[in-house]
Design a binder for this molecule. Structure first.
Ligand code: PFF
Length: 455
């Protein structure tokens, strides 16, 4: 399947390699803990349905747009928008915004990823009867301990990114993604045999349509952007390493389907696991509000308690494989978050890959240590850079592509690797989605989000 001539900037070695790398970026904490807890909080299958609509009507067309911009220009997001700006000074700001979002999202993403590593040790210490040590590594509020695990995770991310596109990112994701899938399936099969699991499955698949409101739409769209890694140029960057033979539309379809699939499957693990925990006497609903506990509490309190209740070697194995699963999924996403600013520094400031990765990684490391101590910053950064930043980036990408670069030019780019792009139903549909439906939906959601944040 090797299809590439290597360019000095680096390029993907194979079609599958690219799809797995992009899927690796997409599948992360957003799928394994974000999606299931949102489903549980927002009316079960009703949320899944709306989420699917958001992925198909907004996520998929924006993903194609990002990949086309990346491959056309063969540049990082800033360079890409500069190259297509016709001298307009405002257009490259879309790229700069992406680089800033990459740095800021990564700086809290690695803190949560560090917790997943810490909990691998928590499970081991608990099994060995070392309660004090288990409590120490499991204490999310310990800034010093958080910093150590965060920096270790940052180090792993930097090491993969210094390896380059095909030897670092592609090789790591090609190995990690199948492992991740295997762990997920094994854990689900086991969880479903435990008491209480059925109740969870029933809740997961039973839609409660009365919960559909503006808020739910907002959560679903935000979740779709975050989960599909859209809006900050991660896929412009990954697209810039694509060769002209690859069918962008087909690849984007695989990545979208894979990401949705993993999120839905992860729900089949996390939601039944919560109910298994409940059957074992652990509280999963807040007694005061009646709502489900927040995702942090669920993943780092409820699930470990469930693993402890299962006990013995099985409990240990379930615990460590679950947190390794989360850690691996997070790693294949964090490398894409780092690759965005790193590719910017390489392309625009002429530094080599190694220096750029250490420089940007070091800067993110410093911010992440501050976040490790001041955990309220996670919520602040989520609000600014995820909930507003990514949809805003997506909106600007739609407007840029539809009204500045123009869909005819984008379609010319898509033609490479997809000769018949203009013949079937795809192109008229995509044009309507990218010019009208996606930007209008995103704008509505953004306005509501900003409104709800300031009132
Ligand atoms: N998609 C990742 C997740 O679901 O956890 C997070 C992410 C990665 C967001 C890369 C944005 C991005 F550019």
């Amino acid at each position: 399947m090797a299809t590439t001539q290597h360019s000095p900037r680096g390029s993907w070695n194979s079609k599958l390699g690219f799809v797995l790398a992009a899927a690796g970026s997409a599948v992360g904490l957003g799928n394994i803990w974000g999606f299931p807890t949102q489903v549980a909080d927002n009316g079960g299958a009703a949320f899944i349905l709306i989420y699917l609509v958001c992925c198909l009507l907004v996520g998929f067309p924006v993903m194609i747009a990002e990949l086309a911009i990346g491959r056309k220009t063969q540049k990082n997001p800033v360079g890409a928008f500069k190259a297509l700006s016709n001298g307009n000074k405002l257009v490259p700001l879309i790229g700069y915004w992406g680089v800033i979002c990459g740095v800021m999202i990564l700086s809290f993403y690695v803190v949560i990823s560090g917790w997943t590593l810490a909990y691998v040790f928590e499970e081991i210490f608990y099994f060995l009867g070392l309660e004090a040590a288990a409590q120490y590594v499991g204490d999310l509020s310990n800034g010093f301990k958080n910093s150590i695990f965060t920096l270790f995770f940052m180090l792993l991310t930097i090491l993969v990114v210094t390896g380059g596109v095909s030897k670092g990112i592609e090789r790591a994701t090609k190995t990690l993604m199948p492992v991740l899938l295997a762990i997920l399936v094994i854990l689900i099969v086991y969880i479903l045999t435990l008491d209480g699991a059925r109740e969870g499955v029933a809740m997961y698949f039973k839609p409660d349509f009365s919960t559909i409101d503006a808020n739910l739409l907002l959560s679903a769209l935000g979740q779709a952007f975050f989960s599909l890694s859209l809006g900050m140029g991660a896929l412009i960057t990954y697209g810039s390493y694509l060769n002209k033979k690859q069918n962008i539309v087909e690849s984007a379809a695989y990545v979208t389907i894979f990401d949705i699939g993993i999120a839905v499957i992860a729900g089949l693990l996390v939601i039944p696991a919560m109910f298994v925990a409940q059957a074992g006497g652990v509280q999963i609903f807040n007694p005061e509000t009646g709502a489900l506990f927040s995702s942090v509490t669920l993943v780092f309190d409820v699930l470990p308690e469930m693993f402890h209740n299962v006990g013995g070697i099985i409990g240990l194995l379930m615990g460590i494989t679950f947190f390794i699963l989360l850690g691996l999924a997070a790693l294949t996403s964090s490398i894409s978050l780092l690759e965005v600013p790193v590719s910017y520094v390489i392309d625009e400031h002429g530094l080599n890959r190694k220096k750029s990765a250490w420089l940007v990684g070091g800067l993110v490391g410093v911010i992440s240590v501050v976040v490790s101590y001041e955990l309220y910053l996670i919520d602040v950064f989520v609000n600014i850079f995820n909930e507003i930043g990514l949809p805003l980036g997506g909106l600007m990408i739609c407007i840029f592509l539809g009204y500045f670069w123009k869909t005819e030019n984008a379609l010319l780019e898509l033609k490479d690797g997809y000769k018949n792009v203009e013949n079937g139903n795809f192109s008229p549909l995509w044009i309507i989605l990218i010019k009208y439906i996606s930007p209008i939906l995103i704008a509505l959601v953004l306005i509501t989000t900003i409104w709800s944040l300031i009132t």
